[in-house]
Design a protein around this ligand. Structure first.
Ligand code: SAM
Length: 249
């Protein structure tokens, strides 16, 4: 069956490319990539010679027809983005929906995504979380947007880039308070990977003290309110228990 394969690619370390991802990209008739120049390096590394077309936010609607035509001719297509999993803060949703509506199979080929990589190493609760992608670009919009998480019990995960990381953390401090525990996961799977968690006030001091900490790609994980409170209560309760135990005969 001709299918659209949605293929995850590495977020830094090329060894995270799965053998299945390589096999699929080599065997399809066409690869729809976000930026063909960017992806040509990955293709060269894995000796993938499949033709590529670009599919980005501005031409996704036109490209969906090209892809559906290919599938109708009985040939499979793969969709990739610049890094990580397509559709996760990346283009692809419009194409995937159109392909499914046209009656063709869409097959996930899972792999890296920065949100999941960050979650599994940050040490914040992961049983329930909200993924918000990128924060609004304008400061006033950003602060207003953050208001909704003041009482949020779940972990909230954001993506952020080099030029706005300090500003965004400052806005979080202003809206969520200096004591809110936040983990910054930077340059995951790359040479300068850093995962650092602290109360916002300390975290901002840490980032501001070292310009290197402001460079690269970031996942910001904001711990939920109840998790924070219940841990504090647990700690207080344990202390009381220790004191009581000492008093016992
Ligand atoms: N589709 C990608 C995924 O599955 O993670 C995300 C693409 S989005 C346009 C790019 C953002 O993802 C970056 O600004 C950063 O917030 C995050 N990101 C991507 N790679 C990362 C990495 N190696 N370390 C930390 N964050 C990363």
């Amino acid at each position: 069956d001709a299918s659209l394969f949605v293929v995850a690619t590495p977020i830094g370390n090329l060894n995270d490319m799965s053998p299945r991802a390589v096999e699929v990209l080599q065997s399809v008739a066409l690869i729809a990539a976000e930026d063909t120049r960017h992806s040509s390096r990955l293709m060269a590394h894995f000796n993938i010679k499949t033709p590529m077309i670009s599919v980005h936010d501005h031409n996704e609607r036109q490209r969906q027809q090209t892809i559906i035509d290919k599938l109708a001719a009985g040939e499979s297509v793969a969709l990739i983005s610049d890094a990580g999993t397509p559709l996760i803060s990346d283009p692809g949703f419009i194409v995937v929906r159109a392909v499914r509506e046209a009656g063709f199979k869409v097959v996930p080929v899972p792999g890296c995504s920065a949100v999941i990589a960050a979650m599994c190493a940050a040490g914040v609760p992961t049983d329930r979380f909200i993924f918000e992608g990128f924060l609004p670009a304008k400061k006033s919009n950003r602060q207003q947007f953050l208001e909704q998480f003041v009482d949020e019990p779940r972990t909230v995960v954001f993506y952020e880039s080099t030029h706005r990381i300090v500003e965004s953390l400052s806005d979080m401090q202003q809206v969520l308070g200096a004591d809110r525990y936040v983990v910054l996961a930077r340059e995951l799977t790359k040479t300068f990977e850093t995962i650092h968690g602290a109360a916002l006030q300390e975290l901002i001091a840490f980032v501001e003290a070292d310009p290197n900490q402001q460079k690269g790609e970031f996942v910001v994980l904001v711990q939920g309110v109840q998790a924070q409170v219940s841990e504090d209560i647990d700690a207080a309760a344990l202390k009381t228990l220790d004191v009581l135990l000492e008093e016992l005969p």
